[in-house]
Design a protein around this ligand. Structure first.
Ligand SMILES: [Zn+2]
Length: 238
């Protein structure tokens, strides 16, 4: 009987895992949309996957002026790398983003392809929507490597200028978060939290200000926050 008591929580966990198993399994790559977006098979269903923390130059943008040769280079690189391959997906934060696409790190032959793109200079470390929670250090190192070796983007003076300009903007994006539209919205909320955390804050809390706008959610009352499984922050004591 004691044994059974030990096993039951395990069984429940296993059942829960089984229900999400199709996303944990390996997926056949069906199609490459461009360097940072692929389509994989999920038990017969085709899922579009947007790779986290990268943004390769455009190659299939509807506005053709945005498509540049380096976009084609990145797209061809991905096509070559994923030809006939099965991949693993790893998630961080929300599983789906805008347009219902999966947001993931894609592992091919056990290698983090998102990092590989940055290491090859085919994408900057893309932080517009926040830093990588799992691989921030690795992304920085990969980007420094590609810049030093002048690979692809970083071997083209014009593109280098463009991406350095963008990168400084993404940096500002983080530091001026208090004036971003998401924060204006918080004025209607009494309390806020991150989708990825079980703590809630007063909007003016320094920790609240560090929440990436895409992860920010709000509550009209303490009760609502607690009902949503959040506990009060120890710093701002909401
Ligand atoms: Zn707080």
């Amino acid at each position: 009987m004691k044994k059974l008591q030990k096993i039951i929580p395990f069984l429940i966990t296993s059942l829960f895992l089984l229900s999400t198993l199709s996303l944990a399994a390996q997926h056949r790559v069906i199609r490459i949309v461009d360097g940072d977006t692929i389509v994989v098979d999920d038990q017969g269903k085709h899922e579009k996957v947007r790779l986290l923390c990268v943004n390769t130059p455009e190659s299939v943008h509807p506005d053709k002026k945005q498509n540049i040769p380096m976009g084609k280079v990145a797209s061809n690189y991905a096509k070559e790398r994923f030809k006939g391959k099965y991949v693993d997906l790893e998630f961080e934060g929300p599983i789906r983003g805008r347009y219902g696409r999966l947001l993931a790190y894609v592992f091919v032959d056990g290698v983090n392809f998102n990092l590989e793109l940055v290491r090859e200079g085919l994408s900057p470390y893309y932080t517009k929507y926040g830093l990588s929670q799992k691989y921030d250090k690795e992304f920085r190192e990969a980007e420094q490597y590609a810049q030093k070796q002048k690979l692809n983007i970083w071997g083209d003076p014009e593109l280098t200028q463009k991406y350095l300009r963008l990168k400084s903007k993404w940096g500002q994006y983080k530091s001026t978060v208090s004036s971003s539209p998401a924060t204006i919205q918080t004025k209607e909320w009494k309390y806020v939290a991150s989708k990825n955390s079980n703590v809630f804050h007063r909007p003016e809390c320094k920790w609240a200000k560090r929440i990436s706008p895409k992860n920010l959610i709000g509550f009209k009352s303490r009760e609502e926050a607690i009902r949503n499984g959040r506990r009060p922050c120890r710093s701002c004591k909401p």
